[in-house]
Design a protein. Structure first.
Length: 125
């Protein structure tokens, strides 16, 4: 039960952070919407940057103290497992979801940059 609850909170925490990042990227892209090439290039590069940040955070998931994570704060105080149990569960759950969202960000960045390349090549032909 503890593991499922921790994984649910980790997913919610990472998804919320990625949602704010995606909102920022979308706002940046709208600002560049007058030029479709710039629109796609900006989105692709910004999403790729988000992917790299998620990968960096995933590589450091074991270093962050569990009591300093948003996941720990989200768990009701009466349902918190002991620290020696919670630390590896939170670190593993955060790393798993950070990697999942980094994978999605990499796919989105690939699509955006590929579309921009196709448009550029279409203009050259």
């Amino acid at each position: 039960m503890e593991s499922a609850m921790i994984r649910r909170y980790a997913q919610l925490s990472i998804a919320r952070g990625c949602g704010f990042g995606a909102l920022t990227i979308a706002t940046l892209m709208v600002g560049c919407s007058s030029d479709i090439d710039l629109f796609l290039r900006t989105g692709g590069i910004a999403t790729l940057l988000m992917c790299f940040v998620l990968l960096l955070k995933a590589s450091r998931a074991n270093i962050v103290r569990h009591s300093e994570t948003e996941v720990w704060v989200m768990i009701p105080k009466d349902k918190r497992p002991p620290a020696e149990v919670a630390a590896p569960l939170i670190a593993n759950a955060r790393r798993d979801y950070l990697l999942r969202f980094a994978y999605v960000a990499a796919i989105v960045a690939t699509v955006e940059l590929s579309l921009e390349t196709v448009l550029l090549l279409g203009r050259l032909a």
